[in-house]
Design a protein. Structure first.
Length: 97
């Protein structure tokens, strides 16, 4: 069974609270059995709502096509520039202590 999302949990919880409150106010029940029936009905309704909320679809997970071979090729000139820049900064003092 997949995990519930935050939206499913919040919609289900809100449904339980609001439906129980509405049913208690509309039925004007005084007995404990009536309150138990209303509470059970509210819990079942909240479970139904939380399971029917559609899960969020991921729109950005589509795989992108692979980069061309020229873009993936190793460029030794770029490595040389990076190494030279690191060598220049090696003697500098750090501002962090």
């Amino acid at each position: 069974m997949p995990r519930l999302t935050a939206a499913q949990v919040s919609y289900g919880s809100a449904t339980v609270v609001l439906s129980a409150l509405a049913m208690l106010l509309l039925s004007r029940t005084d007995s404990g059995a009536g309150v138990a029936v209303i509470g059970t009905a509210a819990l079942l309704l909240g479970l139904l709502v939380s399971m029917t909320v559609p899960p969020r679809r991921r729109t950005g997970t589509a795989r992108t096509p692979a980069a061309p071979a020229a873009a993936r090729a190793h460029h030794p000139a770029a490595d040389t520039r990076i190494t030279a820049a690191r060598a220049e900064r090696a003697g500098e003092h750090s501002l962090r202590r």
